[in-house]
Design a protein. Sequence first.
Length: 190
Amino acid sequence: MKIYTKTGDNGTTALFGGTRVKKYNARIESYGTVDELNSYIGLIKDQDINKDAKEALLKIQNELFTLGAMLATPPEKETLKSGKERLNIPKINENSILFLENEIDKMDEVLPQMTHFILPGGHQAVSFCHLARCVCRRAERLSVELNDDEPINEDILKYLNRLSDYLFVLARKLSLDLQVEEIKWIPTKH
């Protein structure tokens, strides 16, 4: 399998099912941003962090690939003429969302109560979490916009929303694990 196909040289790309669209299409922007998010999560996973977090992040990376495939499949191409599902992989679903919620709850149990907004930073691993959180929010916004034009699976929107919460809590948990102080946002008068 060659990496380059030359079929996108004219500024178009194929969705799952063969439909060709411009590379700036809302569907492409959505799953392209999910791919960017997945790369940032890889950066977090490559840090010196605990094994449980690495395992959770690997699971999330796999689920983001699935989510991207779901976004790359336009509704009219979800099933073949025979009625068989075209995208024959496990989909993001309520269990995927519950996994994130359970991970958030486990981390929250050991974290101090939050009394201020927190500024990104304090440690490279923490900063990567905040970068990923911001990219996740962008992926969510783009997916919401796509959903306004072409309905997508509602679990995609829920998953991205919960994932940004997970990344925020993971940043806090890594601050605790790495023994770095959270940087509180304290507005100052000028």
